[in-house]
Design a protein around this ligand. Sequence first.
Ligand SMILES: [Zn+2]
Ligand SMILES: [Zn+2]
Length: 361
Amino acid sequence: MTPASATIDAPRVGIHLPLPFGLRRAAKRAGEIGAKTVQVFVDNPTAWARRKSPPRGLAEFRASLAELDVAPIAVHASYLANLAGPDPTFRDASLDVLTADMAAAREYGASIVNVHTGSHRDTSIEEGIQRIAAGVAEVLRRGTEDTAARSPDLVLALENAAGGGWALGTTIEELAAIAERAAAMGVPDGRLGFCLDVAHAWGAGVAMDDPDAIDAWLGAFDRELGLRRLEMVHLNDSRSERGSRTDRHEHVGAGRIGARGLAHLLTHPRLRSVPFVLETPGMEAGYDAINLERCRALIAGVALDPLPLAAFQLSRRAAASGPAEDDVEAKPRRRTSRKRTTVKRTAGSNPTPRRRAPTKA
Ligand SMILES: [Zn+2]
Ligand SMILES: [Zn+2]
């Protein structure tokens, strides 16, 4: 097996790294499978409560990843955060959880925090865009006010959406409108970036299986936003129909998008410096290594082997959560369960986040 770094002129490819079995084991696994970049949850992605202190072993985790040349580190923010919604209570909680994830990201040495653009909840696209931009400005302002955690290099990256449940950010035009509004509020371009989730773009109707359509998408992104603001690609195949506005991730090259489109992205000359992160099924069942290897094959121009039937029958319940709790202080507070119930009823962009968490990031 050839690690991606040994391949000349290849982008950094890695995975969403599960942490529930401990940071030491996670770092070891990143090395074993040759991940060159990783994304993590710093806490339970479907809860509001945030740990009060960093998990044990974080310094060693950072040191191990640095030694393994795993970079950049990205943090996927809580699924519950919705900067686009109209409900003030939900919005405050979203700002708080995202601020906490940004602060934790600094502890992890991360340079990117990606968050879903969110749902305008049947108000209007215009109002939703306004609220996202104001939310971004607020979260970044809070981050820089905390002098102990000052880190101007930490970028908040908005992730494109498949489009279900009044989700915003399904088109480049919407992403550009958010960027423009945020800039007008004083957000520096360098602090607000974007993440392309290939499966989400597919769900939103973009033909990610077609090299010409991919080039057109990248060209439009470059014109509207500038490719340097594309912080990360989530290289997920999809088991959903194109344009279905649904999002079900699939193994690399084994879904409806397929090898041709994904290979085009992985070998795209304009994406050489963009980290690629896999959020594919079965990370804890050995498919982390298999899907990374499939990416290397695509970069090398090698045809992919078919996957066994078992690959498509994996439990959707495998834990893709943050690091395990390791002290009493880190236990969720009482109000968590109440808020969680509220969210289950109101979150439009992601009606069943807990069940889908493993493959929906
Ligand atoms: Zn997704
Ligand atoms: Zn995501």
